[in-house]
Design a protein around this ligand. Structure first.
Ligand SMILES: *Cc1c(COP(=O)(O)O)cnc(C)c1O
Length: 235
């Protein structure tokens, strides 16, 4: 029977193999385990396996889970150095709470959210900085969240004006309306454009359970993997 530890190990092995096949260094790739719909016990089990990067897509779930992990670790006398990555659509009215625990927002997808983040991070109680990825809309559907690649440069310039936001790269969900290869290529092209504006903003958040090996061929640096590690989600 497969266990969390064995699935985690298998995915790590597949990442290592895919990096080798693409002639890339494994150190340049961050695995984010997306733990949405799973209890904090699963998170702490992964933490005990040495994992530190976790992804969530709803504040209502992520906030309490991040707090519960902290309590669980404190009760065992352990230091909490987990990093929480917010990967879902973020409502502006949740920004206030999300900035308290999030290390990075992968889903900066519109101007109104940028304004909310600018306002919140400008408050004196906000310390440090917040990493952000610009989420791309790779579909022809303008109603979908995300910045069209043609609008990336203008939007990125606005992000760069916000002092406490650290623009680190682009994010995309591939294969919604087309084969994933095409989308991963589009994400890579967008990343090249962004690097012309800010060379250090060279991260690419792309690749999920079903397509992460392809994403690695196209330069993904941050994989967001859920079910392949956690098992199915109970909705
Ligand atoms: C849930 C989710 C994932 C993980 O998906 P899996 O197919 O379970 O690996 C990745 N990215 C985002 C934005 C998600 O919401």
């Amino acid at each position: 029977m497969s266990t969390l530890a064995s699935r985690y190990g298998e995915v790590q092995d597949r990442i290592t193999a895919a990096c080798a096949a693409a002639n890339r260094s494994r150190e340049g790739v961050t695995l984010i385990v997306v733990t949405k719909f799973h209890p904090v016990e699963l998170v702490s089990e992964l933490y005990d396996l040495g994992h530190r990067d976790f992804g969530e897509n709803k504040d209502q779930e992520a906030g309490p889970k991040a707090k519960a992990l902290g309590q669980n670790l404190a009760s065992r006398g352990m230091e909490n150095d987990a990093r929480w990555h917010f990967v879902g659509q973020l409502q502006s009215n949740k920004v206030k709470t999300v900035v308290r625990y999030a290390h990075a927002i992968h889903s900066l997808d519109r101007e109104s959210l940028l304004q909310a983040l600018a306002k919140e991070t400008a408050k004196p109680e906000f310390e440090g900085s917040l990493d952000v990825f610009i989420e791309l809309n790779l579909t022809d559907d303008d109603g979908r969240g995300g910045i069209k690649p043609t609008a990336l440069r203008d939007f990125a310039e606005q992000v760069l004006e916000v002092p406490k936001l650290n623009l680190v790269g682009v994010m995309g969900v591939a294969g919604l309306h087309t084969e994933p290869e095409r989308d991963f290529a589009a994400i890579r092209d967008a990343s090249e454009q962004l690097k012309q504006l800010k060379p250090e903003a060279n991260l690419i958040s792309a690749g999920m359970s079903g397509d992460f090996e392809i994403a690695l061929q196209y330069g993904a640096t941050h994989l967001r993997i859920g079910t392949a590690i956690t098992g199915p989600r109970q909705y």
